[in-house]
Structures are given as structure tokens and as C-alpha cells.
Design a binder for this molecule. Structure first.
Ligand SMILES: *[C@@H]1O[C@H](CO)[C@@H](O)[C@H](O)[C@H]1NC(C)=O
Ligand SMILES: *[C@@H]1O[C@H](CO)[C@@H](O)[C@H](O)[C@H]1NC(C)=O
Length: 223
């Protein structure tokens, strides 16, 4: 594109994105389709943008590497630390290597509620991924019931290798998963909005209206 046209066209594209994102009520079918189409557009990762493309962006909107934050309080009974995720960006399909340390100050049992908010960076705006067929920014009221298998079933490796429980209840204690490989496509069929781009994922876990933990991660996906 002609260099002189880059700034005006980026400007109008940004206005269009912000307009669509703010006007849309995902409850109506046509708008939902519009949001999904927007989310399906592969985006240049922030870290690979240069010059004019980044000039007008606020710094805190940019995802330059995998990062991880506590969005709850330091007193929450479930503390997750030392989260690692490689490769960065995550390649789809592919394999990721992830590890963490979790400290459960109390035993966590049903009902466990999980509220997910997933956003994708589209040009200059964060667009929330709607909850469609229980995938996206969804709230799951009973996480224990969502876990496949019987509570007596053995957990698959590498969880079993490191004595990490995968059924309710999760007993109080410390759990460490050293960086381990997971095959991404084996998680299930991937949703179609999951395209190249920068993402923000926030999970709030609570039980009987008491927050157990809230964490937010920024990560990038590539094909
Ligand atoms: C769990 O880890 C914390 C922080 O590393 C430590 O203070 C605590 O003693 C550990 N608890 C157990 C039961 O090992
Ligand atoms: C949640 O509330 C129910 C009903 O009041 C109670 O039976 C259950 O033990 C509570 N669970 C937890 C984990 O506090």
C-alpha cells in the first residue's frame, strides 16, 4: 500500500472496529455473525508490527510476550505461580510446554464456578469472544461436573506423574507441574474464531460466591 494511505486507512479501519465492537449485542444473530467474522480475521501480532502500525497504540494494549497476572487478591485461597508457556507465540496446531506451581490454602470442592473472559486484539481494540456452544467467554457454574471421567479414574500423565489431582475435590496443598508437553489439537476441535492474533484470557474461580482465584494471561497465537 502507498505509504501516504497507510495512516488514513488504519484510522478508518480502527473506527470501524470500535464501532462494530461497541454497537453489537451478541444476542442478535446478525451481530453475532459480524463479531465472529471480525474475530476470524488473522491479525499481525503486536510484536511483529513496526513503525506507523504501532504509533497510535496505547502501551498497555500491547501484547509483546506471554504474561500472567493475579486479578484477584493476595489473600485468595488458591495461588498460582511460576506459570510458563512455550513456544511464544503458541503455534496452532502444535505442542505447548507449560508448567505451574499452585498452592491451595483450603480444599476446593463443588460447586466450583469458573467465569472466563476471552478477548482478541483486532487492530486497536480488544473484542470479547462471545460464549457460543459453551466455548468462549462463558461462565461454567459447576466445573466439577465438566471434568470427564469418574472421580475414581486415574489422572492422565503428566498430571499423575506429579500427583496433581484432576477431579473434585482438590485437596489443600502444594502442587507443581514442571514444564510438560501437551498436544493442542488433542484438547478437542478448536473453535473457528481461534485465529492468529494476540489474546487476553481471564479466569475467575469461585465457590458459593467466594472468590478462590482470579488470573489473567496475555498470549499470542500463530499458525
Ligand atoms: C507450600 O508452599 C508455600 C510457598 O512456597 C510454603 O510456604 C508452604 O510451607 C508450602 N506448604 C506445604 C504444605 O508444603
Ligand atoms: C456451598 O453451599 C452449600 C449449601 O449452602 C453447602 O452445602 C456446601 O458445603 C458449600 N460448599 C463449600 C465448598 O463451601
Amino acid at each position: 500500500m502507498d505509504r501516504k494511505l497507510v495512516i488514513p486507512s488504519l484510522f478508518f479501519a480502527a473506527i470501524a472496529v470500535i464501532f462494530v465492537a461497541s454497537a453489537v449485542k451478541p444476542s442478535d444473530k446478525a451481530s453475532l455473525k459480524m463479531i465472529m467474522d471480525l474475530l476470524r480475521i488473522p491479525q499481525t501480532l503486536e510484536r511483529f508490527k513496526t513503525g506507523n502500525e504501532v504509533e497510535y497504540q496505547s502501551h498497555d494494549l500491547r501484547v509483546l510476550k506471554f504474561s500472567w497476572h493475579n486479578c484477584g487478591s493476595a489473600d485468595d485461597p488458591v495461588k498460582v505461580k511460576d506459570v510458563t508457556l512455550t513456544p511464544d507465540p503458541v503455534k496452532l496446531p502444535g505442542e505447548v510446554k507449560t508448567g505451574f506451581t499452585a498452592q491451595l490454602l483450603k480444599t476446593v470442592d463443588k460447586p466450583i464456578k469458573a467465569a472466563l473472559v476471552i478477548k482478541k486484539k483486532v487492530l486497536f481494540a480488544w473484542i470479547e469472544v462471545p460464549c457460543v456452544d459453551s466455548v468462549g467467554s462463558c461462565t461454567y457454574t459447576d466445573l466439577c461436573a465438566k471434568i470427564p471421567g469418574k472421580p475414581t479414574d486415574a489422572c492422565p500423565p503428566p498430571l499423575s506423574t506429579y500427583n496433581i489431582p484432576c477431579h473434585c475435590p482438590f485437596k489443600a496443598g502444594n502442587y507443581t507441574l514442571p514444564p510438560s508437553n501437551f498436544d493442542l489439537p488433542s484438547i478437542g476441535s478448536l473453535p473457528e474464531w481461534l485465529e492468529e492474533g494476540d489474546y487476553s484470557v481471564q479466569a475467575t474461580i469461585s465457590s458459593n460466591s467466594t472468590r478462590l482465584a482470579c488470573y489473567r494471561a496475555e498470549l499470542s497465537l500463530t499458525k
